[in-house]
Design a protein around this ligand. Structure first.
Ligand SMILES: [Zn+2]
Length: 348
């Protein structure tokens, strides 16, 4: 199918919210990882989200060009082409963009979408994240609202974050130790986010923090408190009426305890970002290829090696296959497997 339309993306989120499942949001940084994400989702008949970070975009543009926006645009074009061969819905998103990167990363991408929309074509991305969580909440929202309005005009969505996701991702260092209280978004902050975001008519995603951290940690290091999300949603309902709710995003899902993941689905998490676990899985498969075929990959003692073993396609295919399986596992964890809204409409 072509990339999800604005209406389809909204339907995806609402179906997930109502039925307590979430979409894996898979970070991609190359054609290979994009194809792995598509394969993993499709094999599970799950809709899903493919997302590009600033660093992923830079990588995709190559060492010499090193243009984060251009690389992200290129990956998005690739996904637009390939998604049409799959019978699931894919939404395209960009991950963490800090305030200092807005001009260089988000603006060029938004301008491309505006040009495409003016020609009656689908926007390049479906949604973008602004991560201004390092700023005080008021400044964070002051920055978010004009962006949100600009995106909403094209039917696009904005993802924002309040509170701090721990760990580090693409140089976005989260809170540790002294500032650890910021790892948990308060109900007051959540109500303020909801109140301000109502100024624009549109749809947005909200990454509230509940002790989640980027990266992978040994068991016990991370204290996830999903009840923070439950309490926030309850606070919304009591202040703004029974229909008030957030579409929540779970950052730093890699390595989380499965039962905590499941619990968040009850509280309105509709998107969980998965990056680190896929990175490890991909590299694990490549490492296995290298170790198993060591003697054929390297030209040792005047021998010629084995082209079929050192052709990059041989180990990148192994990486694609392994990552696709890990993406499938995320579909199972998030209960999105078998729930493509396309399947449900065709089946009846
Ligand atoms: Zn994140």
């Amino acid at each position: 199918m072509p990339i999800a339309t604005p209406d389809q993306y909204k339907q995806m989120l609402e179906a997930a919210y109502q039925n307590h499942y979430a979409y894996p949001a898979i970070n991609i940084s190359s054609m290979v990882t994009a194809n792995a994400a598509l394969k993993g989702l499709a094999d599970k008949k799950s809709d899903g989200i493919l997302q590009v970070s600033t660093g992923g975009g830079g990588f995709a543009s190559g060492l010499n060009v090193n243009d984060q926006a251009l690389g992200a645009a290129s990956l998005a074009q690739h996904v637009h082409e390939m998604a049409s061969r799959y019978d699931i819905l894919i939404a395209l998103h960009t991950d963490h963009c800090q305030p200092k990167a807005v001009e260089k990363f988000l603006m060029p991408l938004i301008e491309i979408s505006e040009e495409r929309a003016a020609q009656g074509r689908p926007t390049l991305f479906n949604s973008h994240m602004l991560d201004a969580s390092s700023l005080p909440l008021k400044e964070n929202l002051d920055l978010a609202l004009p962006l949100y309005e600009r995106l909403a005009r094209m039917g696009m969505m904005l993802e924002i974050e309040a509170g701090v996701v721990g760990g580090e991702e693409e140089g976005a260092a989260g809170g540790h130790g002294a500032r650890s209280e910021k790892l948990y978004t308060t109900p007051e902050d959540m109500m303020e986010v909801y109140r301000r975001m109502q100024e624009v008519k549109g749809t947005y995603l909200f990454a509230a923090t509940f002790g989640n951290v980027h990266g992978s940690y040994k068991p016990g290091v991370v204290q996830l408190r999903p009840e923070i999300l439950r309490d926030g949603q309850e606070a919304l309902r009591s202040s703004f009426g029974a229909d008030a709710h957030f579409y929540l995003v779970f950052h730093g899902g890699s390595g989380s305890e499965k039962e905590k993941i499941t619990e968040t689905l009850e509280y309105g998490v509709v998107k969980m970002n998965v990056d680190t676990d896929n990175q490890y899985t991909f590299t694990r498969a490549v490492a296995e290829h290298m170790f198993r075929n060591f003697d054929e990959i390297l030209k040792v003692d005047g021998e010629m090696g084995n082209k079929s073993k050192y052709d990059p396609r041989s180990y990148l295919k192994a990486g694609e296959e392994a990552m696709a399986a890990r993406v499938g596992e995320a579909c199972d964890d998030l209960r999105s497997a078998g729930k493509s809204i396309l399947q449900e409409t065709t089946v009846g």
